[in-house]
Design a protein around this ligand. Sequence first.
Ligand code: EPZ
Length: 438
Amino acid sequence: MERQEKLKINGLDAERNLKGTVYISGAKNAALKAMAGAVLFDGPVELHNVPDTADVRTIVEIMTKLGARIESKDDVLTIDPNTITNTDIDRKLAGNIRASVMLTGPLLARYGKTTFPAPGGCVIGCRPIDLFLNGYRKLGASVVEHDELFDIKDGNFHGGDIFFDKVTVGGTETLVMTATLAKGRTILYNCAMEPEIVNLVEWLNRGGAKISGAGTPTITVDGTAGKLLKPVKYEAIPDRIEAGSYLILGALIAKELEIKDCEPEHLRAVVSILSDAGVKINVDDKAKTIVVSNDNAKNYTPLNDIRTHEYPGFPTDLQAPLTVFATQVNGKSAIFETIYENRFKYVQDLVAMGANIRAISERDVEVNGPTTFKGTSEIFPGMIIPARDIRAGFAIVMAAILAHGESTISNVHLIDRGYEDLAGKLKGLGVELERISN
Ligand code: EPZ
């Protein structure tokens, strides 16, 4: 049974004048794919700037069970795929995180077979993997499903044309990795354009892959016909979702918050939305730093018609933190979730803490502000609010920091999946909080 840790947070209420610096970690959603991509290399590869989060540790566990030899020192993971002896992904472990499905592409590319369970991950929607399976079939594999396991084999992969009916980040990354070792040319259409994909492909190409078009909707892969890649060092890009989360929080609670080791280029959408709402933001691309202040908080204007969108649009992973921001501005904001069918579950918790949010549909909310949050202990003694997924968890933490009084948040392990050292970084800003295990 996982240690069920909780966060106890003493809210700032009106004292919203913190000052400090947050150092952004490597991107979870880049590093997890590079860990899977290590399978494509002929020998140990060094992955740098890997965040120490629960998801990374789970993928280490899954890959170790496959036989890979993995060492970790500070933020460097060394993965030797040449000791892999098994391609059946552990059912229980895979059930915890979506990123486990990413491993299937490289395993298929190198060994021509794998079995894996329908992946787990956040409860933000059904998150099928049909686009992955259709892609594998297009490249020559047979896919058989039995007792909730997918058995993929006969993968002496040939190139092919794949059109993604929906833009899929993981599908794009995984099929690119599968095509990397295939015989012949694969062209992938309607691809995702996230910076994590560019980060992955740049590394694969340095190892000898021949992939062009990453960061555009059309990616072309000239497969190596089974020749493994030459081990070269990988470096994860900064985590734009972690940086965006602290940027939104800083806009509410900080006299001055310095966000360092970030990549401002990857944050244009959220910087634009916050600036339009009146937030004071200074971006220094060269110094990889963004400074945000809540000096103008009293005059923030509502967010009219925000719609989450694939990159470079406003990221779905910042939808929950932005909804909390909307509760603090004067007037009515509208937020629409385009990517997932059920990513507003946390709204009920914000309403319980005092927010005025109306669900128009499962994908559409109307937020009326400003409202004040009550700490859970002010609502009723002993009340605990759960983190419902990684990003919703950060949103509840934001509400607790803004609140009057103390709050207790459970399921902290979900937040740990995506935010390295959350408690340490928040304490460093002056937030009064502590992690407690029951
Ligand atoms: C990645 O998930 C991220 N996770 C998610 O971040 C992020 O929300 C998402 O991209 C969108 O930006 C990782 O990178 C590990 P998708 P992914 O495939 O790849 C549907 C976080 O908080 N779809 O782009 O799984 C799917 O249901 C997490 O860090 C299919 O229908 O997302 C969704 O509605 C949460 N069939 C849409 O496409 C498929 O085969 C986009 O999903 C695959 C996806």
